[in-house]
Write a protein that binds this ligand. Sequence first.
Ligand code: MG
Length: 331
Amino acid sequence: MTSFPSDKKLSARESRVIGALLGVHAGDSLGATVEFKSHRQIASRYPNGLRQIIGGGPFNWSAGHATDDTDMTRGTLLAYRDWTRGDDIARLAGDYFLKWEDGDWPDRVMGSYPDDMGDATSRGLGVYRKSRDPDHAGAGQGSAGNGSLMRCIPTALFQPDSDRLISESIRISKITHNDFRCTTSCAVYNTIVAELIKGAIPAHAVMSGEAVGLRLENMRPGEVSQAVKMGKELKVTDMAQRGPPPEMKGGASGYVLESLTIAIAAVLDERSFEDVLVDVVRIGNDTDTNAAVAGGLLGARDGESCIPQDWKSKLQFGKEFEDVALEMMRK
Ligand SMILES: [Mg+2]
């Protein structure tokens, strides 16, 4: 029986890769308590922000229990672990998502439906279940929720080729979220993560992501470029104090570009992993996913040792994520 977090000596790169995965999980588990709560409701209950992983929330989670964000990230992670030459990585990921939907999942009853599946994920997986073709699946144009962005990070960690990173990010998104804003956000986000893992400073990592977004927009800055730009301008501290700003018309309640904007503002915030993530949750509404997406970037930036010990110790899949990541990096 090994302990978690392990006492193994990690290289800087290993620490950042594990930090990225645990960052998603920690953000998800921290934010789950106040999911769907408005900025005002959170401010009155937690005037200084929610600083502990305590569970509860609309689905009455136990502390550190994975919600859909972490579960689907796990599906993507295990797909990369299982991949061998000739496999279609997107199909492996899609098949894990079906297992999750079917209850073939740790601590779940076979045949039970996830408590918290998003609408586009449900519709997109329905199409995928029939086609078993990631390129002919998805909830369709106009469904631009953050449900693929929240689970995309393993591609950045385990696909070293930058062009394949982009194509695999897009194809894994398309299983459920085939809208251009979703597929492009995943490619931009994963490019930023990959640069952070290499040790780039956050501003440079964001510039690399921005360049990928612009390329996918055929060099005419569109909505995704605008979302990145907004992330560079907005301050997490302001949003934590006042709630979602007026230019964030969806109110940070699940629109993919708003989650991307918040995550970019978070990674450019120089404070600690903990302080930034607590403030992301304070913004309100889709707190678990906004914090999961931001947590991935912060963990890739700061490494696993910067995630509070008492948060890490509560994470349902913390040990598995660390074990799988180490196994893949050290094989
Ligand atoms: Mg969730």
